[in-house]
Design a binder for this molecule. Structure first.
Ligand code: B16
Ligand code: MG
Length: 220
């Protein structure tokens, strides 16, 4: 029996992915003199800040070039740039259909949590005027392992006091779908069916993400 819905933020509630990518592109060109390819965009989705940096460095065989301290400084620099990019986010940046969906979920007495890898999640939810909508927000800063590990989704379920098998997780990234499945939850993907093939149910865009559709998919 489904008792709760656990949402990802970037790519499901609002599209901050292109702003993350813009910030990584800037950092890569400014600090390493490299151009990061559009193909990286998809691969970085859902990964933590440090895991994203490691992935970019690995592709260019630069991992060994920087100390842990330098890597922390690089992620801080990226985040300062990213914070400027998200400073003017408003409720108009909520993806289509999401406000209605959150209201429908709450109105049907399901619990609602957020499981974003972003340490900026609370600031973004406040800018979107959605902070009060969630019963629990899992803190990405305290989980041991980022997506695709199940930690953040398990933390969200625990925060709601709901067993993982009674939760539906909603994600746009491959790493996010894997995180939900590793947590033994029903996974709903938003995006390309071929890319998100590990999900239990996929819709192409947020407009198609409705409570009846998800419940029907879960019942099948
Ligand atoms: P921050 P999600 C993820 O958000 C983004 O998809 C990913 O690109 C980003 O690196 C990660 O958050 C960490 O974000 O640097 O703000 O802590 O999709 O899990 O909501
Ligand atoms: Mg996402």
């Amino acid at each position: 029996m489904i008792k709760a819905f656990i949402f990802d933020l970037d790519g499901v509630i609002t599209d901050t992915a292109h702003l993350h990518f813009k910030a990584w592109k800037w950092l890569a060109s400014e600090k390493f003199g490299i151009v990061i390819d559009e193909n990286m965009h998809e691969q970085l989705k859902g990964l933590s800040r440090m895991d994203s940096l490691e992935k970019i460095l690995a592709i260019h065989h630069l991992n060994q070039k920087y100390t842990v301290k330098e890597k922390v400084e690089l992620t801080t620099t990226k985040n300062l740039y990213y914070r400027k990019l998200i400073s003017d986010i408003t409720p108009r940046d909520i993806l289509p259909g999401i406000v209605e969906l959150l209201e429908e979920i709450k109105g049907s007495s399901y619990k609602l949590a957020l499981a974003s890898a972003s340490k900026n999640a609370i600031a973004i939810l406040k800018s979107l005027d959605l902070f009060q909508s969630f019963d629990f927000i899992a803190d990405a800063a305290i989980v041991k392992k980022g997506k695709p590990a199940p930690d953040i989704y398990l933390l969200a379920a625990k925060g709601l006091s709901v067993a993982p098998e009674n939760c539906i997780g909603i994600e746009d990234a491959v790493s996010g779908i894997q995180s939900i499945k590793h947590a033994h939850m029903f996974a709903v993907g938003v995006g390309d069916k071929r890319l998100l093939h590990e999900a239990d149910y996929v819709v192409s865009k947020t407009e198609a993400l409705t409570l009846p559709n998800m419940m029907q998919a879960w019942n099948n």
